[in-house]
Design a protein around this ligand. Structure first.
Ligand code: AMP
Ligand code: MG
Length: 436
């Protein structure tokens, strides 16, 4: 008999910790060998795409010395003796607007009117702001009453970015500023990873399509839409495989169809109930089949992870909150691994817990919280620690606190204490929605 720490004892599930489950799953050679294709997209389509190739800066930015203000390009040495009492007078010999070059050169005693962003004329070494001079003779003369340092109000060539420097690394999840940066160096199209195709299937004979009439023992399928929405935000293209009744042959057929795609998500039927066929079907279809069956997390413990015919499959619990948490916990790291990225930026907020929270023994507990603002600091108020079936508890929360159970550590580790600082992974922007 095998005496591994993870053996199954009769009907009791032996749960893997989240980290071990992830490690077992993501280290599968089938996952490491998935090679995602790349494509070129224009910058208009680049939001939330992932760079497949690092970008080197093709030129100095700014590409020329330019003025950062509206004013007059001058020689700083001309202003050496300028004071409030003794103004220095310069002749204005021309004008440069943005996008134009000056045919004239600055020499001592001369100034050229220059606009913000315009190229500094030859000979000039500084710009004096329009507000700092007295303009006379219909703009033909200026009087300067302060000394101006060399380089004032000039952005030198290459000041922002240097030709040849790494602009953005491979794997960068492109956000607005990145896309602006790429445009600023003149690159119109970029190489990004293709979105991975993620099949999303709901199983359950009780499930009805939103919009259809609801039988008296049915519920609407919410998971499929919620999971597809997460997939879309996280680098995938969801493929809708619909609802499947709890019938072995039907589920078998759907899984066979799902094998065409990169990743398979199946919700419902993940547990050990009589009609929970999904894990055993996966084992029948292909090796290695289910690798992880049950994870020490609440909600989400009846999650299974496997590889079937070379395709990663995540079997998510039917309860919507469980399915959500399980997809975040296992699906996102899987997508990011396939896509060679760390994922999109994640907003987190440190907050003080508003009440004690008992943790599930031996499990990682996911606590849905609302964020309240009290006297300039943030409070995390647990929404409901139970009710994985109640999607409203998730939809009406602002974020999630992930709490590890630790029986050996300091006191209180089986419990989070009111008033302690916790890190909340935000599901929405708590500033904009005006948390009070
Ligand atoms: P299961 O994991 O199949 O045992 O399902 C657990 C619970 O989640 C049951 O109450 C199901 O009715 C519910 N459930 C399963 N799939 C879905 C779904 N796609 N949308 C909403 N609820 C579901
Ligand atoms: Mg079911």
């Amino acid at each position: 008999m095998h005496h591994g720490a993870l053996k199954k004892i009769s009907n009791h599930r032996k749960y893997y910790s989240i980290s071990l489950a992830l490690k077992k799953f993501l280290s599968q050679s089938k996952i490491s060998s998935i090679s995602v294709r790349t494509e070129y997209v224009s910058l208009g389509e680049a939001t939330d795409r992932i760079l497949a190739k690092g970008i080197l800066c093709p030129r100095d930015i700014p590409p020329f010395w330019r003025s950062t203000v509206d004013g007059f390009a001058i020689l700083s040495s001309d202003t050496k003796s300028a004071t409030r009492a003794h103004h220095v007078m310069l002749d204005v010999v021309g004008k440069i607007s943005a996008g134009k070059k000056s045919p004239k050169r600055i020499s001592s005693g001369k100034a050229i009117a220059i606009a913000t962003g315009a190229k500094i004329p030859k000979g000039a070494d500084s710009v004096i702001m329009i507000e700092d001079v007295i303009i006379e003779d219909k703009g033909k003369k200026i009087f300067i009453q302060h000394r101006t340092d060399k380089g004032s109000n000039i952005s030198p060539k290459g000041n922002d970015l240097r030709k040849g420097q790494i602009l953005l690394k491979e794997g960068t999840w492109l956000t607005a500023a990145d896309i602006g940066l790429i445009a600023s160096v003149g690159i119109p199209r970029i190489n990004v990873y293709k979105k991975i195709q993620v099949a999303v299937l709901s199983t359950g004979s009780e499930l009805a399509e939103p919009g259809s009439s609801l039988g008296n023992a049915s519920i609407f399928d919410s998971n499929r839409f919620m999971l597809a929405s997460i997939v879309r935000k996280q680098g995938g293209e969801p493929i809708d495989l619909g609802i499947c009744k709890d019938e072995k042959s039907l589920i078998h057929a759907r899984i066979m169809h799902a094998l065409k795609f990169d990743v398979i998500l199946i919700s419902g039927g993940s547990s050990v109930g009589e009609k929970d066929y999904v894990p055993s079907l996966i084992n029948e279809i292909g090796k290695p089949g289910i690798i992880v069956s049950g994870v020490a997390m609440k909600p989400g413990s009846p999650t299974s992870l496997g590889i079937v015919n070379g395709k990663p499959v995540i079997v998510l619990p039917g309860y919507p909150v469980s399915a959500f948490v399980a997809l975040y916990t296992f699906g996102l790291p899987l997508f990011y691994k396939i896509l060679n990225t760390n994922g999109p930026p994640v907003a987190k907020q440190i907050a003080k817990l508003a009440s004690d929270v008992q943790l599930h023994k031996g499990m990682t507990t996911f606590i849905r919280v609302r964020i309240l603002r009290r006297h300039g600091s943030f409070l995390a108020e647990p929404v409901s620690s139970t009710g994985a079936s109640l999607l409203s508890t998730l939809a009406y929360s602002d974020g999630i606190v992930v709490a590890k159970y630790n029986s050996r550590g300091a006191q209180g580790d089986d419990k989070l204490q009111k008033g302690q600082d916790v890190e909340v992974i935000l599901l929405r922007d708590v500033y904009r929605q005006g948390a009070q």
